[in-house]
Design a protein around this ligand. Sequence first.
Ligand SMILES: NC(=O)c1ccc[n+]([C@@H]2O[C@H](COP(=O)([O-])OP(=O)(O)OC[C@H]3O[C@@H](n4cnc5c(N)ncnc54)[C@H](O)[C@@H]3O)[C@@H](O)[C@H]2O)c1
Length: 318
Amino acid sequence: MGNSIVVTGGAGFIGSYLVERFINDGHDVLCLDNFDNYYDPAIKRDNVTRFKNKENFTLLKGDILDRDMVHKALNGADCVFHLAAQAGVRASVKDPIKVHEINTMGTLNILQAALDCGVKRLVYASSSSIYGKVKYLPFDESHPRVPVSPYGLSKLMAEEYCRIFSEIYGLETVSLRYFTVYGPRMRPDLAISIFANRALQDLPLEIFGPGEKTRDFTYIDDVVCANALAMKCNRGVFNIGSGHRISVKELAELIIQLTGSRSKIVFREDARGDAQHTWANTDRAKVKLGWSSKVGIEEGLKRYIKWLTTRNSPGAKG
Ligand SMILES: NC(=O)c1ccc[n+]([C@@H]2O[C@H](COP(=O)([O-])OP(=O)(O)OC[C@H]3O[C@@H](n4cnc5c(N)ncnc54)[C@H](O)[C@@H]3O)[C@@H](O)[C@H]2O)c1
């Protein structure tokens, strides 16, 4: 028999993939999401419409800041995957208070409700942004955590609440530190989405700063797999990244090459709050979760670009 699972932020990019995986695995899945307008809510509606006829799927439209709503959602749940958040480093630089409320206070609401409702385990969507300033690379889980944006700090505080709830109240919590996630249906505010969409129209690709920042990009299927494995793990903090990094300039060049684009690269003033580098050491996830990344950046980009071009072709939908 399946478990009863709640996915907060289940209408979003990563959350909707988790919902799909858990529905297909035979669990009862409840999605709690407020369809906020950080990006077009129609994309989120599309993400969940595909499940509407599944009898093991329930959609609850609500805010994680609404405590009654959160209790209602978590009542009877065995396991919670907590992804609802105000994502985006730039958005956090613009409005740090909103980010603190949703990401930190919202997580605290979820943890308290999980405790009150007798939930066994909570898997939290943490982020590589918690590392911030680089002491050494690649980051292992013991690397100092010195976030450089309000977003990174809010994710770190929430992760620390997960640890505290595990240590003093006995709620089993697992934090997965995702390194920039991409793939079909990805958030439209992320570099890969912006670059690929512009490259397909031969428009210039804008890089903030000289393009020397490096990123570890993680394909969505690998992230889904890590979450499915985390459901069987009782505690811990794990890096979930590809284990490779490329510079933003190399990324732009690769996208131009893979799309056969005539786009040029242009350099703009650096953006505040962006980390200099991210790069995951994933040894712990390999040993303790039995997880490893399967999809490298070139293969992942090919799959994403194929999805984009199919979606954009005449007569295509979704
Ligand atoms: N995408 C990445 O590269 C990445 C990297 C590291 C960590 N993460 C984390 O993974 C999670 C999912 O990210 P994503 O890229 O899928 O983002 P997303 O914006 O697509 O999904 C977040 C979802 O949360 C919902 N939400 C926002 N505020 C809410 C609230 N107050 N109440 C209820 N729902 C709310 C949104 O409507 C959205 O559907 C987030 O916690 C994010 O911080 C993402």
